[in-house]
Design a protein around this ligand. Sequence first.
Ligand code: ADP
Length: 411
Amino acid sequence: MLHEALYSAIVCLAVFLGYRFARYRLSSELFLAQQVKPLLNRLKRISGASEPAEICGHEIQGLDAFLQQLAFQHDLLKDVVQTISEGILILQNGAILFVNQAVMKMLNIPGGLEQWHGRPFLEFCRHLTVQNGLAAWQNYKEKQVVVLELQTAVLEVEICGIANDSLVLLLWRDITPISNAEAHGRELVANVAHQLRTPITVIRGYAETLLDNESCDAAALKRFLEVILRNSKRLSRFIEDILTIAMLDSKGLTQKEEMSLDELLKSVLEMAGEEARAKGVRIQVQNELKHDLLLSASSLLEQAVFNVLHNAVKYTKPDSMVRVVVTAFNERVILRISDQGPGIPKEMQRLVFERFFRMSDGPASQIPGSGLGLAIAKEVIVAHGGSIYVESEGNGRGSTFVMELPLSMSE
Ligand code: ADP
């Protein structure tokens, strides 16, 4: 008799366990600790104490193993749920049944998880977007996805019913990087369109004028063609810059090779020479090195240095001087390029290295450009292990761009 009673007690316990575990999976550890373990211990005591109970000892052992496995799975589940970067929040009748650490972090809510258990969701999150999503789920019982824009992050919240819609599951995802990338993409398209519009409009306008005025004299024809040529050069420079930026983003630097510093300087001086002569600008080079040095450089390094020198020529006053001073210190070559242009105010000195940044007022804003030259220079120089910064007092007192480049290891 005792044997049968014990056996049915075990079966009932197993059914009860399965039911409770399925319903309260997340609080099973507590449940096991508080209710089932003492029951099991009692059963074990009985089975050890009486003869017929020993017959069903192996069922008790099986149940014990089952319970341990449940507890293990519970711990595992708990660890996973607390470790994942996705936020999980479960509601029961508008109150919080479960919330993981990720949600607290995303919403920047201080305090422990336990203190929120059983509290109304409205106290936890007052954002209207989420509350509206929740109301929509309650009305239509259909999955809702809402996007919550916080000051520092963008979150996507998926709201759906679980356990036959008796509970509501809110899944939180931080989509800030995706949203930033999308915004960045939109900004890029707008910037590119803006940069292309001016030269294309000028080229088109002058070409149409030429077509309409067949009797145009030779001097006017030359002037018009020069404008067309200047703007086509501006277009192709811009496209080159965009391609360089795209290459830096996708592949990074091309392979590095040893490059002579003298060769690099000669090449960039040649490239900047034509524009300098046209503007009456003299480029003075003061090389304080006793002998040539080797740099470990990709072909883009030449373009980076040229962009800085080209800017100096572009922004300096006509008929003024640009100075290039070359020194070395601590295994690094230091290039200082100074001009006699408008200068760059202190608060703008970090911004000029941002992609597409152009000064919105002052003399420099009158000179056409893409806002990519210094961004490319900085990205390339930093990728070579070097650095670049600008020194300037602003107010027409010129600028000095300082580039530090590491020497090749074999130097
Ligand atoms: P841009 O094609 O417009 O010259 P850059 O990225 O090379 O683009 O430069 C960004 C902005 O920084 C320029 O639009 C200009 O306002 C400012 N700038 C760059 N170099 C100088 C300089 N040597 N003197 C004064 N302003 C400069």
